[in-house]
Design a protein around this ligand. Sequence first.
Ligand SMILES: NC(=O)c1ccc[n+]([C@@H]2O[C@H](COP(=O)([O-])OP(=O)(O)OC[C@H]3O[C@@H](n4cnc5c(N)ncnc54)[C@H](OP(=O)(O)O)[C@@H]3O)[C@@H](O)[C@H]2O)c1
Length: 300
Amino acid sequence: MRVLVTGGSGFVGRTVVAGLRAQGFGVRILARGTRELVEGVETVRGSVVDGQGLEAACRGCDAVIHLVGIIAEVGAQTYRRVHSEGTQNLLAAARVAGIRRWVQMSALGARAGAAAEYHRTKWEAEEMVRASGLEWTIHRPSIVFGPGDGFVGFFARMSRWSPVLPLIGGGGMQFQPIAVEDVATCFVGALGRTSTVGKTYDLCGRERFTLRDIFRQVLEVTGRRRLLLPVPWVVAGVQARMAEILFAKMLGRTPPLNRDQLLMLREDNVGDPGPMIRDYGLEPADFRAGLRRACLKPES
Ligand SMILES: NC(=O)c1ccc[n+]([C@@H]2O[C@H](COP(=O)([O-])OP(=O)(O)OC[C@H]3O[C@@H](n4cnc5c(N)ncnc54)[C@H](OP(=O)(O)O)[C@@H]3O)[C@@H](O)[C@H]2O)c1
């Protein structure tokens, strides 16, 4: 089976691609090419936003693993264009290529009427996939941890140079982190399991942690002592606005924080791992052990 992995050069994508290759799948990646390509894997350069390269990417493939997503808006890369319109564009190209199997990356919290545009547009993409007539499976992870990740790893890297870690809104919101290897196991595993067709899964660990718990564990694992500083929502809002202007507008880069992410942080990011554990035969990795591996990598 030949699989198109969109976003295969990203943090999650690289582990999914490695998992597919280890299982003997043929793999092709679609990405714009803004980051290092994956050695030894055919890559089609294109964008789900303008539709360029999508038909070429789908041609000759049997399945799509659609991972493309953004955590912050920069220029033409808006949540709506990338998540909703991007999924629509790719579905159209998959239909032309006669592809029948589709595994979609969504996120916990995706729902109609959500406060955050990220969640609303992830939901719109889910609805398009559900209405596509394809054999689909949808995965909704909590925060994904692993070497080089953009959340736990971001704060671990920050703790190298910053004397404080910011407890946004007091840091009481809950997460149910999942290891990137477990996420990849589900995406690869879905392809061989017809029982997962037509189902939407939460991908999350067994345990729930507050932001404060996560910071404490990062500091324990790295052996650092830092002040955990509560940052009121209003202050975080000003910082997020400034980061959007400086990074996204002036530098054309992804800001470290934006106002949509603050809306998401106002909610717990938790789910039910039961169906994932049952259908994929997976025991999710322990967060503390995984954190040790992620934090002890040189980039952390
Ligand atoms: N990481 C998490 O904790 C987490 C949690 C829940 C859900 N998710 C979802 O998981 C997915 C992957 O996340 P990630 O952390 O691996 O992200 P990432 O590291 O930023 O990777 C994103 C990938 O998408 C590609 N891409 C971006 N815009 C594109 C476009 N317009 N057309 C084609 N390719 C494009 C990027 O390559 P180029 O830049 O070269 O195009 C890259 O390969 C996303 O959908 C995200 O919303 C992640």
